[in-house]
Design a protein around this ligand. Structure first.
Ligand SMILES: NCc1[nH]cc(CCC(=O)O)c1CC(=O)O
Length: 350
């Protein structure tokens, strides 16, 4: 529904925003001319974010993109349930909005203009009064093995202990690396690294994007191929969420300065897949869309059982304009080829 409304509004909004910008620059010039002191005519954006270091990196990245376009902004730090509860695995807390609910409450209350999230952490369907208006250019999407011993390799056949809390990564490790022992490891990146140093595991399995953004590249022992370790939906992109009460000129300006259209197309295809499966971030489903050299979008995704034994993976290719249909078609194929039964088994076990 939002999509059609957005399409209709888009042109109007951009014209309004352009006119407003023009008026601003004229008035700045006028004030300079009359030497009446500086007349400030910038749009100010209140950015809601969690306060983990990775979340702050993301929010500051958005801040830089806005600043480059002449907008001022401030960060509003918000704690979520996912930040507070660290002693239970995410699949037990329930994935629904565990890292997002408090931010969404403040969007609705008008306390913040935008909420910044890892696209990966977002539920597949949002409430009707909220929407995602931008996805930033994607970082490399693959997972990496992180350790103080960078000679470690998952393919060496050597047995060691890997910490991860993601059901997708656990299942994939069981499938591809049965010689590896997997232990549950929650907490933000810094907490996990501390646990690694305390000896709770020999290595961690993490998204390259987060590791790189936190400057831990030196600890990368191995880059995992996306053909095997297909990433989670949205991995590597930062998403901006707003409430439908946000003034349209702000919406248009933020989107224009932060959205990366090729990434948006890919993440929308992936999210359409996830939505049809009604999967949250605790279900071991995966999908990755890329642009082909022929200008098409290729979407590969599937589902893996918690023990890693059963596994479905399909690829659909189509035009960028039909990205969401691709996601939907992929989901239908996966569901009818046995995914439905697998999902039921997974939901019952979690
Ligand atoms: N679930 C936590 C989370 N959310 C986003 C990232 C990494 C950065 C990204 O993919 O945008 C991570 C950590 C991880 O999976 O290693």
């Amino acid at each position: 529904m939002w999509e059609t409304v957005w399409q209709k509004l888009r042109t109007t909004v951009e014209i309004v925003a352009a006119e407003r910008l023009q008026r601003c620059s004229q008035s700045i010039v006028a004030h300079h001319a009359s030497a009446n002191g500086l007349y400030l005519c910038t749009m100010h954006i209140r950015i809601g974010t969690r306060s983990s270091r990775l979340a702050l990196w993301q929010a500051e990245y958005i801040q830089e993109l806005l600043q480059a376009g002449g907008l001022t902004s401030e960060l509003v730090l918000i704690e979520t349930k996912g930040d507070q509860i660290l002693d239970r695995s995410l699949s037990k807390i329930g994935s629904k909005g565990v890292f997002t609910q408090e931010l969404e409450d403040q969007l609705r209350a008008g306390q913040i203009d935008i909420a910044v999230h890892s696209a990966k952490d977002l539920q597949s369907s949002l409430p009707a009064d909220l929407s995602l208006i931008a996805f930033t250019e994607r970082e490399r999407v693959n997972d990496v093995l992180v350790s103080r011993d960078t000679t470690l390799s998952l393919t060496s056949g050597q047995a060691f202990v890997v910490g991860t809390s993601s059901t997708r990564r656990v299942a994939m490790l069981k499938h591809y690396c049965p010689h590896i022992k997997v232990v549950d490891m929650r907490g933000n990146l810094q907490t996990r690294l501390r646990k690694l140093d305390e000896g709770q595991c020999d290595a961690l399995l993490l998204a390259y994007a987060g590791v790189h953004r936190m400057h831990y590249d030196d600890l990368i022992a191995e880059h995992l191929p996306t053909d095997d370790f297909t990433p989670a939906v949205g991995q590597g992109s930062v998403a901006i969420e707003v409430a439908d009460t946000l003034p349209l000129d702000k919406l248009a300006a933020v989107r224009r300065l932060t959205n990366h259209e090729p990434t948006e197309v890919c993440v929308k295809a992936e999210r359409a897949y996830l939505r049809r499966l009604e999967g949250g971030c605790s279900i071991p489903v995966f999908a990755l869309a890329t642009h082909t050299t022929e200008g098409q979008v290729s979407l590969t995704g599937g589902i893996i059982s918690l023990d890693g034994n059963e596994w479905l993976r399909e690829t659909f290719v189509g035009p960028p304009a039909e990205a969401e249909k691709l996601g939907h078609d992929l989901a239908e194929a996966v569901l009818t080829r046995g995914g439905d039964a697998m999902l039921q088994g997974i939901r019952a076990a979690l």
